[in-house]
Design a protein around this ligand. Structure first.
Ligand SMILES: NC(=O)C1=CN([C@@H]2O[C@H](COP(=O)(O)OP(=O)(O)OC[C@H]3O[C@@H](n4cnc5c(N)ncnc54)[C@H](O)[C@@H]3O)[C@@H](O)[C@H]2O)[C@H](O)CC1
Ligand SMILES: [K+]
Length: 298
C-alpha cells in the first residue's frame, strides 16, 4: 500500500485525532505539509518558502538584548524560557506541545522519505528516543509515521516512568511498533535495513559541559555507523544529539545528520548545520512569537 499524498490526506482527515490537530496547524489543504513544516533556507530553492536568513529583518525583541533573538535563532536559555512561557501564560499542556512537535517531525520525515521503500515494501524508520522530552517527540512521531504508511521501530534505552511517557509507549505498542531497549546490532540492521534514522535523543536541555553518559554515547556512535554503512538518512529532532545547543559540535563528535527539524524556532547551533533544514511546530501565538523574535509563517 503506497498512498498518494491526496489519498493520504483524505485518509488522515477521516481520523478524529487528526482533524483536531489540524485546527492548530491550519492543515486542511493538501499543501498543508509544506505549510506546517517549513523548509528553511538550506533546502533546495524549488521548495524553499521560509528563508531563515531573512528572519534577521525581524524587529529587535523586547525580551532581552541577546543578539540571538534578533536573528530568529534561540539560545538554549531562551528556548527553555519560551517553552515554560507556553505552558504558563496560554496554558498549553506538555502533552499538547509534544503532540504538535511529534506530528511536525513525522511530516518532515514524510517529506524527506517519500512514500515507499524499494520492491513495494514500506520505508523503514528507526526512531531513537532519549530520556527527556526530545525522546517524547520521537515516540509521538513514530505513531504518526505508521499512520502515514511507514514501518517504524523505536529504540528507547531509558524509558521514562512519567505517566505521559508510559502512555506514549503503550500507544505505540498498540500500533504494533516494536520498542527496543538497545540499538539493533549491525547484523540485525543488515537483515532489516533502515531507510531513515530519527535522532530524538537530546534536545535543548543537553548538557555539553559533561561527557555524553552511557548508554547514549554508544547509541550515538551506532547511529553514525548505520548512517555510514547502510546509507540511512539521519534526521535530528530540534538539535543534533551531542551538539552544544548554542555552539554546535564542540567536542568533535563527528555526528552529522542529513536533515534537521527545528521545533518552534532554530536553536543557535543550527547556524552550523549544513544539511536539509525544516522548521516545525509553528503554532506560536503572535504575542509570544514577537517577544522571542520567532517567525511563524512561511
Ligand atoms: N516548544 C517546543 O519546542 C517543544 C519542545 N519539546 C522538545 O523537548 C526538548 C527539550 O526537552 P527536555 O526534556 O527539556 O530535555 P532533552 O530532551 O533535551 O534532554 C534532557 C535529558 O537528557 C539528559 N542529559 C543531558 N545532558 C546529558 C549528557 N551530557 N549525557 C547524558 N544525558 C544527558 C538529562 O539528564 C535529561 O534526562 C526540545 O528540544 C524539543 O525536542 C517538547 O516536546 C515540548 C514542546
Ligand atoms: K535530537
Amino acid at each position: 500500500f503506497t498512498p498518494t499524498l491526496s489519498t493520504l490526506w483524505s485518509k488522515l482527515l477521516t481520523r478524529r485525532h487528526f482533524v483536531l490537530t489540524t485546527s492548530s496547524f491550519s492543515l486542511l489543504l493538501p499543501s498543508a505539509l509544506s505549510h506546517s513544516v517549513c523548509p528553511s533556507s538550506s533546502i533546495t530553492a524549488k521548495t524553499s518558502s521560509f528563508d531563515i536568513a531573512k528572519t534577521s529583518s525581524l524587529p529587535a525583541s523586547k525580551h532581552s538584548t541577546d543578539m540571538s533573538l534578533q536573528t530568529g535563532y534561540l539560545n538554549a536559555r531562551d528556548a527553555a524560557a519560551l517553552d515554560a512561557e507556553l505552558m504558563s501564560t496560554p496554558g498549553f499542556s506538555l502533552e499538547q506541545l509534544m503532540e504538535l512537535a511529534g506530528l511536525a517531525v513525522a511530516e518532515a520525515v514524510y517529506l524527506v522519505g517519500g512514500e515507499g521503500g524499494g520492491g513495494g515494501r514500506k520505508k523503514r524508520v528507526l526512531l531513537v528516543c532519549g530520556p527527556g522530552n526530545n525522546g517524547g517527540d520521537g515516540l509521538v512521531a513514530a505513531r504518526h509515521l505508521v499512520h502515514f504508511g511507514f514501518d517504524a521501530t523505536i529504540v528507547y534505552p531509558k524509558p521514562s516512568s512519567k505517566p505521559h511517557f508510559v502512555n506514549l509507549v503503550k500507544q505505540c505498542e498498540d500500533m504494533n511498533i516494536p520498542v527496543l531497549l538497545a540499538m539493533p546490532s549491525e547484523v540485525d540492521a543488515e537483515q532489516n535495513k533502515y531507510d531513515i534514522i530519527v535522532d530524538a535523543i537530546f534536545g535543548f536541555s543537553f548538557d555539553s559541559t559533561s561527557k555524553i553518559r552511557e548508554p547514549f554515547a554508544t547509541v550515538i556512535s551506532k547511529m553514525i555507523q548505520l548512517q555510514k554503512n547502510q546509507n540511512a538518512t539521519l534526521i535530528s529532532v530540534d538539535v543534533p544529539s551531542g551538539w552544544d545547543v548554542d555552539g554546535g559540535d564542540l567536542t568533535g563528535l563527528n555526528f552529522h545528520p542529513d536533515v534537521l527539524i527545528s521545533l518552534t524556532a532554530p536553536k543557535m547551533s543550527a547556524k552550523k548545520f549544513l544539511g536539509r533544514h525544516f522548521v516545525g511546530g509553528r503554532f506560536l501565538p503572535p504575542v509570544i512569537a514577537e517577544k522571542y523574535g520567532v517567525q511563524v509563517s512561511c
